[in-house]
Design a protein around this ligand. Sequence first.
Ligand code: GLN
Length: 475
Amino acid sequence: MIDTLRLSAEEAIALVERKEVTPAELHGVYLGAIAERNDELNAYLRTVDTVDADATSIPIAFKDVISTRGVETTAGSRILEGYVPVFDATVAARCKTAGLTLLGKTNTDEFAMGSSTENSAYGPSHNPWDLERVPGGSGGGSAAAVAAGLAPWALGSDTGGSIKQPAALCGNVGLRPTYGTVPRYGAVAFASSLDQIGPVARRVRDCALLYSIIAGRDPRDATTVELPAAVELPEGDRLDGVRIGLPKQLDELTAIEPGVRSAFERTIELARELGAEVGECDLPLSFEYGLPCYYLVAPAEASSNLARYDGVRYGPRVEGSTYREMVERTRDHGFGDEPKRRIMLGTYALSAGYYDAFYGQAQRVRTLLIREHRDALSRFDVIATPTSPTVAFRIGDKSADPLAMYACDLLTIPSCLAGLPGLSVPCGLSDGLPVGLQLIGPQFGENALFRAGHVLEQALGFDPVPIRLRSEEGA
Ligand code: GLN
């Protein structure tokens, strides 16, 4: 009997290696779990029933922004409905080389724009801890799938928090890697200077293992580099000598819910008991200017990246009497409200006469954020904050208010702008819903994040199985 709610990726790999189960059988077990629970979760947009003959390992799910040869890839948008890539993204190819089998493509906010999956053209995903709540976004489908035992692990993409925030809201572990360590070739582009692919898992060690599979230079993505050091699977149970910086600005952030704050503070207390040196660091600009800076840079890049959807190259077309009319109708019909909002914001910010005041200014602020993170990380090994200011909110609560939705990423965005790695690890419950701890490290600091995250994960003993699914265990 395989209990997909409890099985870690590492344990699953061991089962396959000991030949207790074949890759195809294990794939079938997960498809069974998907058949049972996906209707209520809408975590997967589509599944893949066949297993490659040369598969040697366990299944995986991909957020639907990752191109997969022969498997429809929509980025959660109508404008890519029916689009079947003729090539694999580099990360997909690397997973294949590692013997992994593709279980399916998971739901996402349209073009990864959002914090709840409510912007998906294919309906929202639901949080396995409470079906009336969002799983976070944009990678809510991957997070919900992993939390509900519908995949041992998954890939997401993170522009301003789309791996870390859903991981926090669903009780998973999620890594946004250092910019440039994981190839973006074949990932549907949102904001190219921010987009990063990364792992979602139920355990820190699984997260590190998957990162080791996808990371490393790719000649097809000129922004990638070779990792300076090999990925280490974290071990140990102490944090002696680890210097943890707490931004002093956290105290003033009223957006942080009391339940989130207390779970976070208990975790920091635990880190101290485990030997960490905890001190105060200063990020004076990050929480004040991070969001506005991001909402100029990201839409500016998005408006340029989304120009390619013209009814000629990809997806469905709405005919018109002229070329221009065809393009207009295709884009009007194919894009939902959020991409349209961002295209308008971005083209405005980039337009002649406004460029310096908006985009140019945002780029200067971005440089300041890079500097203040560098200063803080010269004195500390990691910076710790809650990942999300709130636990999972109710579906519909923020969907009519774009600014409230944008504010979900208050704590995840600054380090994304600085290109730094961030790990979200579950650190407790508030009102029966998971709270995430965010650990930020210096460039290429993933190993240190994995180590600290692993030690805290072991000491906290957080149970990643959603409470409402625990009764089914062993059934
Ligand atoms: N929620 C943020 C946005 O809407 C971040 C999304 C992401 O990281 N892809 O842009």
